[in-house]
Design a protein around this ligand. Structure first.
Ligand SMILES: [Zn+2]
Length: 337
C-alpha cells in the first residue's frame, strides 16, 4: 500500500508539469483508469485490517480528490492553450484587398433589350418569339420581298439547302403571329438575327426588336405610330432629345419612315459621330403594306410596324464606338455596365 501511495504521488507530480492532451490522457489512465493506481489501491483495501482500512481509505479518497482537481485544472489549461494557437493560425487579415465576388448586371445589349421590352409591355404589347431558322416565305415572300426583288440585296443572307435560311430580321415573327392570331394584334418581339457582315458597326449576329399593331377597320394611322415612337425615343434617351421622322422605303410598309434622334454627343450641333448632321438614325417604321396583310389572309385591317437594332441603341445610349466589343467578352468593357 505504501508503494502504491508513492506511485500515486509520483504520478501527481508528473501531472503538474504535463502540457499536452496526449500526456494528460495517459496519466489519467495510469492513475485512475480501470487498472490505474487508485483503482488498484481501492481493491487492495479489502486485504487490510478494519482500523487501517478507515485511515488508508480516507488517505486514498484525499489522493483521489487531489488527482481530480489537478486533472480538471490541467485539462482546462491545455484546452485553452490549444484554442489560442488554433485562433492564431486562423487569423484573418482584414487589410487584404477584396477582389472576388463581382455582381453581374447582365450584358449591355440585354440590358437595352429589357428596357425596350419594359416600355412596350407597359403599353400592353404582347411579347412574341419565333425560330432562328426560317423559310423563304416567312423571311421574304410574305413581307413583300419576292425572289429577284432588289430589296433582297440589302440583306446578305446565310442560306441552307431547300430555301431555308438564318432569319435576317425579326419580321418573320410578325408574319407567324398574324398567321396564328386574329386582329387586334399588339405585339413586340426581340431576338438574334443573322447577316453576312462584319465591321465597326455590323456583326454577323445582332439583335433586333420589332413591333406590330393591327386592328380591324381602317382607323390605325401614322399619328398613332408617331406618338408611340416619339415617347419611346424619349424614354430611352431622355426628355431633352428631339425626334425626327424622315420618309424612306421598306418593302413591307407604305408609307415608310426612318426615325432620327438628335445627336446626344453634340446635342444636335454636328459632330463626327452624326456626320455633322446633328441627327442619328435609330429605327425604321411605317404603315403595314396591304400585300403583307394579303399574304397572311387578313382583310379590312390597318396597322403599323416598326423595327430597330438593339446593338445600335445600346452603342448610342452608352457611347460605345465599336459594335464588336459586345462579342469579344472583354470584361474590362462589359464590367462597366
Ligand atoms: Zn453629333
Amino acid at each position: 500500500m505504501t508503494e502504491i501511495k508513492k506511485l500515486i504521488a509520483d504520478s501527481l507530480t508528473k501531472l503538474r508539469s504535463v502540457n499536452n492532451k496526449e500526456m494528460l490522457e495517459s496519466l489519467r489512465i495510469e492513475i485512475s483508469g480501470k487498472k490505474g493506481y487508485i483503482t488498484q489501491a481501492f481493491s487492495k483495501l479489502a486485504q487490510v485490517g478494519a482500523n487501517e482500512k478507515k485511515e488508508i481509505g480516507a488517505e486514498l479518497h484525499a489522493l483521489k480528490r487531489e488527482f481530480e482537481s489537478l486533472f480538471y485544472a490541467k485539462k482546462e489549461e491545455i484546452e485553452l492553450k490549444d484554442l489560442e494557437s488554433k485562433l492564431k493560425q486562423e487569423k484573418i487579415d482584414t487589410s487584404l484587398f477584396y477582389t472576388t465576388n463581382f455582381v453581374s448586371n447582365g450584358h449591355p445589349v440585354y440590358q437595352m433589350r429589357d428596357m425596350i421590352i419594359d416600355y412596350f409591355v407597359g403599353l400592353n404589347f404582347a411579347l412574341q418569339d419565333g425560330p432562328f431558322i426560317e423559310d423563304d416565305f416567312h423571311n421574304f415572300e410574305a413581307l413583300n420581298i419576292p425572289k429577284y426583288h432588289p430589296a433582297r440585296d440589302m440583306q446578305d443572307t446565310f442560306y441552307f439547302k431547300d430555301s431555308f435560311l438564318l432569319r435576317t430580321h425579326t419580321s418573320p415573327i410578325q408574319i407567324r403571329t398574324m398567321e396564328n392570331t386574329k386582329p387586334p394584334i399588339r405585339m413586340i418581339c426581340t431576338g438574334a438575327t443573322f447577316r453576312r457582315d462584319y465591321d465597326l458597326t455590323h456583326s454577323p449576329m445582332f439583335h433586333q426588336c420589332e413591333g406590330l399593331v393591327v386592328e380591324q377597320g381602317d382607323h390605325i394611322g401614322f399619328a398613332h405610330l408617331k406618338f408611340i415612337l416619339e415617347q419611346f425615343v424619349k424614354y430611352i434617351f431622355g426628355d431633352g432629345v428631339r425626334v425626327r421622322f424622315r420618309s424612306s422605303f421598306f418593302p413591307f410598309t407604305e408609307p415608310s419612315a426612318e426615325v432620327d434622334v438628335s445627336c446626344m454627343f453634340c446635342n444636335g450641333s454636328g459632330c463626327r459621330v452624326c456626320s455633322y448632321t446633328g441627327f442619328l438614325e435609330i429605327l425604321g417604321c411605317g404603315i403595314v403594306d396591304s400585300s403583307v396583310f394579303k399574304a397572311v389572309g387578313y382583310k379590312d385591317v390597318s396597322g403599323y410596324a416598326f423595327g430597330m437594332g438593339i446593338e445600335r441603341l445600346t452603342m448610342l445610349k452608352w457611347g460605345i464606338n465599336d459594335l464588336r466589343s459586345f462579342y469579344e467578352t472583354d470584361l474590362r468593357i462589359l464590367e462597366q455596365f
